[in-house]
Design a protein around this ligand. Structure first.
Ligand SMILES: [Zn+2]
Length: 306
C-alpha cells in the first residue's frame, strides 16, 4: 500500500468523516502504486487504464476518491502536461460550446464583468464577446501559449488574463454578472473553497455556469469502470444531486441542471468507443467523418449566489 504518499480526503462537500462505500476501481489501482511509478500513467505513456478508486459518500452521495494526489503533486503533474486542445476536432468543439452559450443566454443579461476559469483559447468566450455587452473580461488561464488567441477572443473589449487559475484577488468583489467554469470543477481538490471565493466576485443575481461530467449518465452505465471520466485527473465526479448539494454548501441556489449536447466527429467517437472496449484501432474509415450531436455524459448547471 503506497497510500501514505498521497492525500487522504474526507468527502469534499461534507468536509467531515462520513460513511463511504468504494464503488469504482480500475484493475490495477493508483493508490497501490508509488508516485514515481504512477507518473507515466498520468502522462499517457501506458495505455492501461488506471485511476484512484472512487467511493460514494453516504450523506451527500458524491462519488469521490478518498485517496488522491496531494496539491503539490498535482501542481507538478499539470506543469509538465502538454496542452490538450487538439484531441477533439475544432468544428465539433465550437458547436458544443455554442450550445452552452445558448443556455447562459436564457438566464443572463450578459453585461457588467465576466469571469472565466480555464478558458483556453476562448472558444466559449468568443460567443460572449460577440453577443454580450460585458465591460471587462477576467480570464484565469495559466497556459501562456494560448494567451494571444485568448486575447483575440474578446474582440477589443477590456480584459485581464490572470495566469493563476485561482488568482481571484485581482477581480473586484461584486463586479461580475457571469462566471464560467467548463470542465474545471471535476479537477478541484476543494471545490467548496473555490466556489465560495468566486461567489464574492459575483453581483446579486449574477450567474455561475458549470459544465461537468455526470457519473449517472447512460454512457457511464454502458462502459462501467472504463468510462473516460474515471481518470487520474478527477478527484471527484458529480451527478445532478451531488452538484446541487455542492452549490448549496458554497452559497448558491441552483436555477437549472440539464444534460448537454456534445458534438463529435463520429470517427473520433467510434475510435474511442472501440478503445474503451479494448479494441485498439489506429484509424477508422473516412466515411465515418461526419459530426453528430449526442447527449452523453455531461451536465450544464446554472446557479445564482444566495
Ligand atoms: Zn458527502
Amino acid at each position: 500500500m503506497k497510500s501514505t504518499q498521497y492525500l487522504s480526503r474526507h468527502c469534499p462537500i461534507c468536509q467531515k468523516n462520513t460513511k463511504i462505500t468504494v464503488e469504482v476501481s480500475s484493475e490495477k489501482r493508483a493508490e497501490d502504486l508509488g508516485y514515481e511509478e504512477l507518473t507515466p500513467y498520468w502522462n499517457g505513456f501506458f495505455k492501461e487504464k488506471l485511476f484512484f478508486s472512487y467511493a460514494r459518500c453516504g450523506e451527500c452521495e458524491l462519488l469521490f476518491a478518498p485517496v488522491f494526489y496531494r496539491l503539490d503533486q498535482l501542481e507538478s503533474l499539470y506543469g509538465q502536461m502538454p496542452p490538450n486542445m487538439d484531441l477533439v476536432p475544432m468544428q465539433a468543439l465550437l458547436k458544443t460550446q455554442r450550445g452552452y452559450f445558448r443556455e447562459l443566454k436564457n438566464y443572463s443579461s450578459l453585461d457588467k464583468g465576466y469571469i472565466e476559469i480555464g478558458p483556453d483559447i476562448g472558444i466559449f468566450t468568443i460567443n460572449c464577446s460577440k453577443e454580450g455587452k460585458f465591460d471587462h473580461y477576467w480570464l484565469c488561464e495559466p497556459n501562456k501559449e494560448v494567451a494571444s488567441a485568448l486575447a483575440a477572443s474578446v474582440g477589443g473589449s477590456p480584459f485581464t488574463i490572470i495566469e493563476d487559475m485561482f488568482g481571484f484577488t485581482a477581480i473586484p468583489d461584486g463586479s461580475a454578472n457571469v462566471a464560467v467554469m467548463i470542465q474545471v470543477l471535476d479537477h478541484l481538490l476543494d471545490p467548496v473553497a473555490t466556489l465560495s471565493e468566486l461567489r464574492k466576485k459575483l453581483l446579486p443575481g449574477g450567474k455561475l455556469l458549470l459544465v461537468t461530467h455526470n457519473e449517472q449518465s447512460l454512457l457511464r452505465r454502458i462502459v462501467g469502470w472504463r468510462w473516460p471520466a474515471f481518470c487520474l485527473q478527477h478527484p471527484q465526479i458529480y451527478n445532478p444531486k451531488s452538484i446541487t448539494r455542492l452549490l448549496e454548501r458554497s452559497g448558491y441556489k441552483v436555477d437549472s441542471i440539464k444534460r448537454t449536447t456534445n458534438y463529435f466527429q463520429f470517427s473520433f467517437l467510434l475510435k474511442h468507443l472501440l478503445w474503451a472496449f479494448g479494441i485498439k484501432v489506429k484509424t477508422v474509415p473516412k466515411i465515418f467523418d461526419f459530426t453528430i450531436g449526442l447527449k452523453l455524459g455531461n451536465i450544464i448547471t446554472i446557479a445564482t449566489p444566495k
